[in-house]
Structure formats: structure tokens, C-alpha cells
Write a protein that binds this ligand. Structure first.
Ligand code: CA
Ligand code: CA
Length: 242
């Protein structure tokens, strides 16, 4: 783990050439390969700060995995896992995850985003993730955080309207200012200058990607329009609900 600050995820933001440019999100975080580098700074909330020394419970050797990271698991992820697994069940629940993740303004991650992410790495549909799922989830979050920091151009810790517009365009989405406004109206924190925190950014991008994928499946001619029957539409919605 060399602190490769600013791990290059820019490939994820590039638009796909040609006609596919209308459909971005190819290289979105999700595969979970790139080992993101944790960094401090304005985003220094857990789990982005420092791994807890031996977890808050201070007993090396406790927990279902014993005191050492099993083979193939990053020791730092293991450390975090032990800290986040508050009831020491060997699994991370939505509630435990929520308690561990904070935005740059110290607000906790919202329920929907935690649930979306748990479901993404919950291979057994049990509503919780094990150490390996958690380790993949950490990478996933780090990649999103890197993207978020990249798009947070003024480093305010949140994404403003203009930053969101730029983010969409760099990800290859062709969306109107009205659509960004709609998202801000729904997801931004109420203030004179509405902006989006990391948790909402992850949620928006995951849902945008998922619904775009559903649309693209129907848009066989890649023209940006589809004809949908009522039941097609319902099926799309139901199968994409995670
Ligand atoms: Ca647990
Ligand atoms: Ca900003």
C-alpha cells in the first residue's frame, strides 16, 4: 500500500467513443479492482482517515476472523472491518455501515446509499456483507470518493450545480441543466447554495447508471429514444430496483 494519492481513475470518467457516447458509465467504480489510496484532507471522516489501531475494542484476536487478516485481504480493510462490525457477528449490516460512513460535513451516509451498496456486494442476498464483500466495498467507496474529489473543483467538500453539470458531462452523460436542477432539488442539502454530499453523489450515479443500462437495453438502435409498453416499463422499474 503505497499512498498513491490521486489514484488514476480518470479512465472511468471518459466518455465512450462514437454513438455510445450517449451512454456513459462503462468504467464506473463497481468492479472494485483499483486499490484506491485513502487520503485525509477535507474528506478525513471514517473510513477515510486512519484505520483504528486494532479496532475500538482493543482486543486483537477477537472477532470471527481472529487477530490477523486472512490471506487475500488487505490488512487495512481487515482493520476497518473489525471496527465497523460493532456486534462482532462477522458481517456488516446496513446499520453498522451507516454508522461508519460520514460525509465531509460529518453527516452520516443516508440509508438508501448504504442499502444500495450493501446489496451490491451481498452475494447471498442476506442483507449483510462478509469481510470479502466489505473489502470490495471499501475499494468501491474509495473510487467514488476519488471521482467526487475530482469533480469537487473548488474543494468545498460538496458538489454544486455547476460541478454536477461538469461531472455528468465528463462521465459522458448528455443531460440538461434542468435535470441537474431536479437532482439538486431532490438530493441537495437545503441551503442558499444547494450542493450534494458524497453519499448522495454515489446514490445518484449508481441509480443513473442502472436506469441508463435498462434504457439502453431497449434502445437497440442507440438513438436515445425507446417505445415502451406499459408492462415493459414496469418490468424495467422492478428489475432495476435493488
Ligand atoms: Ca455485525
Ligand atoms: Ca464544490
Amino acid at each position: 500500500m503505497g499512498g498513491r494519492a490521486g489514484c488514476d481513475v480518470s479512465g472511468a470518467a471518459g466518455s465512450v467513443a462514437g454513438v455510445m457516447a450517449a451512454y456513459p458509465g462503462q468504467g464506473f467504480p463497481g468492479a472494485g479492482q483499483a486499490p484506491g489510496a485513502p487520503s485525509a484532507g477535507p474528506y478525513s471522516g471514517a473510513p477515510y482517515g486512519h484505520p483504528p489501531p486494532g479496532g475500538p475494542y482493543g482486543q486483537p484476536g477477537g472477532g470471527p476472523y481472529g487477530g490477523n487478516a486472512p490471506p487475500g485481504v488487505d490488512p487495512e480493510a481487515f482493520s476497518w472491518f473489525q471496527a465497523v462490525d460493532a456486534d462482532r457477528s462477522g458481517y456488516i449490516s446496513v446499520k453498522e455501515l451507516k454508522q461508519a460512513l460520514v460525509n465531509s460535513n460529518w453527516s452520516t451516509f443516508n440509508d438508501e446509499t448504504c442499502l444500495l451498496m450493501i446489496n451490491m456486494f451481498d452475494k447471498t442476498r442476506s442483507g449483510r456483507i462478509d469481510l470479502y464483500g466489505f473489502s470490495a466495498l471499501l475499494n468501491f467507496i474509495r473510487q467514488w470518493k476519488n471521482l467526487f474529489q475530482q469533480y469537487d473543483r473548488d474543494q468545498s467538500g460538496s458538489i454544486s450545480f455547476s460541478e454536477l453539470q461538469q461531472a455528468f458531462s465528463q462521465m459522458g452523460y448528455n443531460l440538461s441543466p434542468q435535470f441537474s436542477q431536479l437532482l439538486l432539488a431532490r438530493y441537495a442539502q437545503r441551503s442558499s447554495n444547494p450542493s450534494i454530499q458524497l453519499d448522495r453523489f454515489i446514490q445518484i450515479c449508481m441509480q443513473l447508471q442502472s436506469t441508463t443500462d435498462a434504457f439502453r437495453e431497449k434502445d437497440t438502435g442507440l438513438v436515445g429514444n425507446v417505445r415502451l409498453s406499459y408492462e415493459d416499463f414496469l418490468t424495467m422499474v422492478v428489475t432495476r430496483m435493488m
